[in-house]
Design a protein around this ligand. Structure first.
Ligand code: KPL
Length: 313
C-alpha cells in the first residue's frame, strides 16, 4: 500500500513544507527531538515549540554510537503568543495527558485547515477532535524507541517503524531516515498498541523493573494474562479483529524490548504524571460503556494513581 501512490496523486494535494510553512513540533521530549532531527536531516524546515528557552539551538542525535549535532529553530510559547504566526502543519509529540492544555495554548495560531500529525501513546484523539473540529487529524503509531539524556540530546535506541493513517503527508516526512508506512487499518493498530501498553506499562511501574523482567516474574505474568483477557473481550465487543492473541503480542513486545524501561516506569521514576488515564483508564471507560468487567485493569489504574498521589506528599 505504501510507496508508489505518488505518481497518481496531483501535486496540489501534497502538502507543501517550506521555510514559510514549516513543520511545527509540539512536545520537545524524546520523540519530538527525534523527529525534529530526522525532519531536518531530510531537508524539511522545522520549528520546535518549547515552553522555556533551551540552552542552545542544536539537538544532539545519537544512533548506534554515532552522534551528530543538528541545528534546530525553536520558538517559545512566550514568543509565539504575541505573533501573528499561523501553523499549517503540526506534529504533536506531547504526552497524552499534556496534549489538550498544550494545544489550547497555541490554538489561536493553528490554521482552520491545518494538518495535525499525532504521534503519542494512548487514546487522546477524541479530545483533540473536540478542541480542533475543522483541522485534519492524522494518527501515527510508532515502535521506535528513543530517550533523552538531557534537554536537547536524544538517543535513537530502537529502530522500529511508524504507521500513519493517511497517505497525503508521507512525502513531507523523513522517510529515508525512519521506516514510515501508510496503514489502512490504523484504528485497529492503535488498539493493538493500546492493548500492549495496558498490559506492560503499569506493571513495570508497579514492579519497578525493565520490560523483560516481567517475563521472569510469575505473579506479573499471571496479571498480564488477566489484563490481556480483559482487553481482548473489550476489543471483540467493539468489533475489532484480533488476528494474533494480545497475550502473544505482549510476550513478543516484552522480549524485543526486554532492556527498555517503559515510558510509564520512567515517568514514575521522575515523579511525573503518567499516561495511565489514556491507557488503562481509557480501556476501563470503554469497558464500562460496554458493560464488561475489567477488574485487573482497574487494579493497575488504581495502583498507578496511588503512585502519582504519593509524589505530592
Ligand atoms: O510503548 C512502550 C512504552 O514504553 O511506552 C513499550 C512498547 C511498552 C516499550 O517500552
Amino acid at each position: 500500500t505504501d510507496g508508489n501512490y505518488q505518481e497518481n496523486m496531483p501535486a496540489t494535494e501534497i502538502a507543501k513544507i517550506t521555510t514559510d510553512n514549516p513543520w511545527y513540533i509540539l512536545g520537545a521530549g524524546a520523540m519530538g527531538c527525534l523527529w525534529a532531527s530526522y525532519l531536518t536531516l531530510a531537508g524539511l524546515p522545522v520549528v520546535l515549540i518549547t515552553r522555556n528557552k533551551r540552552n542552545g539551538n542544536a539537538i544532539n542525535l545519537t544512533k548506534a554510537n554515532h552522534s551528530q549535532s543538528i541545528t534546530i529553530k525553536q520558538i517559545t510559547l512566550g514568543e509565539l503568543k504575541p505573533s501573528t504566526l499561523t501553523i499549517k502543519h503540526l506534529l504533536v509529540t506531547t504526552k497524552a495527558q499534556q496534549t489538550i492544555s498544550a494545544l489550547s495554548d497555541i490554538k489561536p495560531h493553528i490554521d482552520n485547515d491545518a494538518i495535525l500529525f499525532i504521534l503519542q501513546n494512548g487514546m487522546a484523539g477524541k479530545h483533540i477532535a473536540n478542541l480542533l473540529p475543522t483541522q485534519q487529524l492524522i494518527t501515527g503509531i510508532t515502535t521506535d524507541g528513543a530517550y533523552r539524556t538531557d534537554e536537547l540530546s536524544v538517543v535513537h535506541a530502537g529502530t522500529g517503524e511508524t504507521l500513519l493513517g493517511d497517505k497525503s503527508i508521507i512525502d513531507c516526512l523523513p522517510k529515508n531516515h525512519l521506516a514510515i508506512k501508510f496503514c489502512d487499518d490504523i484504528d485497529n493498530k492503535q488498539w493493538q498498541k493500546l492493548a500492549i501498553n495496558c498490559a506492560i506499562n503499569g506493571l513495570t511501574a508497579i514492579y519497578q523493573c525493565r520490560n523483560g523482567e516481567l517475563l521472569e516474574n510469575e505473579e506479573a505474568l499471571s496479571r498480564i494474562k488477566l489484563l490481556c483477557n480483559e482487553i481482548t473481550a473489550v476489543m471483540h465487543a467493539l468489533g475489532l479483529s484480533v488476528h494474533q492473541s494480545i497475550f502473544d503480542q505482549t510476550l513478543h513486545t516484552l522480549t524485543i524490548t526486554a532492556d527498555n524501561y517503559s515510558s510509564m516506569y520512567q515517568d514514575c521514576q521522575q515523579q511525573q504524571s503518567t499516561e495511565i488515564d489514556f491507557i488503562n483508564g481509557y480501556l476501563c471507560s470503554e469497558a464500562q460503556r460496554l458493560n464488561i468487567n475489567c477488574p485487573e485493569n482497574q487494579r493497575v489504574l488504581a495502583a498507578i494513581k496511588q503512585i502519582e498521589q504519593s509524589y505530592a506528599q
